[in-house]
Design a protein. Structure first.
Length: 92
Protein backbone atom coordinates (compact mmCIF):
# COMPACT_ATOMS: atom_id res chain seq x y z
CA UNK A 1 0.00 0.00 0.00
CA UNK A 2 1.46 3.38 -0.91
CA UNK A 3 1.51 6.39 1.34
CA UNK A 4 -1.17 8.90 0.31
CA UNK A 5 1.14 11.72 1.42
CA UNK A 6 3.71 10.95 -1.25
CA UNK A 7 3.38 10.75 -4.99
CA UNK A 8 4.99 8.05 -7.06
CA UNK A 9 8.23 9.21 -8.62
CA UNK A 10 7.67 10.21 -12.20
CA UNK A 11 10.82 11.59 -13.80
CA UNK A 12 10.44 14.86 -15.61
CA UNK A 13 11.98 15.41 -19.01
CA UNK A 14 15.50 16.61 -18.50
CA UNK A 15 19.11 15.65 -18.14
CA UNK A 16 20.55 13.22 -15.61
CA UNK A 17 21.22 15.96 -13.09
CA UNK A 18 17.59 17.07 -13.03
CA UNK A 19 16.32 13.48 -12.91
CA UNK A 20 18.62 12.79 -9.97
CA UNK A 21 17.51 15.94 -8.16
CA UNK A 22 13.85 15.03 -8.69
CA UNK A 23 14.38 11.47 -7.41
CA UNK A 24 16.33 12.58 -4.32
CA UNK A 25 13.75 15.27 -3.57
CA UNK A 26 10.97 12.64 -3.70
CA UNK A 27 12.84 10.39 -1.24
CA UNK A 28 13.43 13.33 1.11
CA UNK A 29 9.72 14.15 0.94
CA UNK A 30 8.90 10.52 1.73
CA UNK A 31 11.09 10.62 4.85
CA UNK A 32 9.64 13.99 5.90
CA UNK A 33 6.11 12.54 5.66
CA UNK A 34 7.10 9.45 7.64
CA UNK A 35 8.80 11.50 10.35
CA UNK A 36 5.74 13.72 10.67
CA UNK A 37 3.41 10.70 10.79
CA UNK A 38 5.52 8.98 13.45
CA UNK A 39 5.53 12.14 15.58
CA UNK A 40 1.71 12.25 15.42
CA UNK A 41 1.11 8.76 16.85
CA UNK A 42 0.12 8.58 20.53
CA UNK A 43 3.47 7.05 21.52
CA UNK A 44 6.10 8.00 18.95
CA UNK A 45 8.98 5.56 18.48
CA UNK A 46 12.01 7.77 19.07
CA UNK A 47 14.43 5.20 17.67
CA UNK A 48 12.42 4.88 14.46
CA UNK A 49 12.28 8.66 14.12
CA UNK A 50 16.06 8.83 14.48
CA UNK A 51 16.48 6.14 11.80
CA UNK A 52 14.20 8.08 9.46
CA UNK A 53 16.08 11.30 10.18
CA UNK A 54 19.42 9.62 9.47
CA UNK A 55 18.10 8.23 6.17
CA UNK A 56 16.75 11.67 5.27
CA UNK A 57 20.10 13.28 6.08
CA UNK A 58 21.90 10.78 3.85
CA UNK A 59 19.55 11.77 1.02
CA UNK A 60 20.18 15.46 1.72
CA UNK A 61 23.92 14.76 1.59
CA UNK A 62 23.49 13.02 -1.79
CA UNK A 63 21.46 15.98 -3.00
CA UNK A 64 24.41 18.23 -2.10
CA UNK A 65 26.83 15.88 -3.88
CA UNK A 66 24.87 16.46 -7.07
CA UNK A 67 26.33 19.97 -7.19
CA UNK A 68 29.66 18.46 -8.26
CA UNK A 69 28.50 15.17 -9.82
CA UNK A 70 29.28 14.38 -13.42
CA UNK A 71 26.63 13.00 -15.79
CA UNK A 72 27.52 9.39 -14.97
CA UNK A 73 27.27 9.95 -11.22
CA UNK A 74 24.04 11.88 -11.64
CA UNK A 75 22.54 9.05 -13.71
CA UNK A 76 23.56 6.52 -11.04
CA UNK A 77 22.07 8.65 -8.26
CA UNK A 78 18.85 9.07 -10.25
CA UNK A 79 18.55 5.32 -10.76
CA UNK A 80 19.44 4.55 -7.13
CA UNK A 81 16.89 6.99 -5.76
CA UNK A 82 14.12 5.98 -8.15
CA UNK A 83 14.65 2.36 -7.03
CA UNK A 84 14.85 3.42 -3.39
CA UNK A 85 11.59 5.33 -3.61
CA UNK A 86 9.89 2.38 -5.28
CA UNK A 87 11.11 0.11 -2.50
CA UNK A 88 9.99 2.53 0.20
CA UNK A 89 6.53 3.06 -1.25
CA UNK A 90 6.04 -0.64 -2.02
CA UNK A 91 6.61 -1.46 1.67
CA UNK A 92 4.20 1.21 2.84
Amino acid sequence: MSDPNTAAFEPLDGDEDQLARDAVREVIAFYNARIAAERRVPVPDGEHIEQLKAARQAAIDDQTRLDTAGPGDAARIAADYAARLKGLTDRS
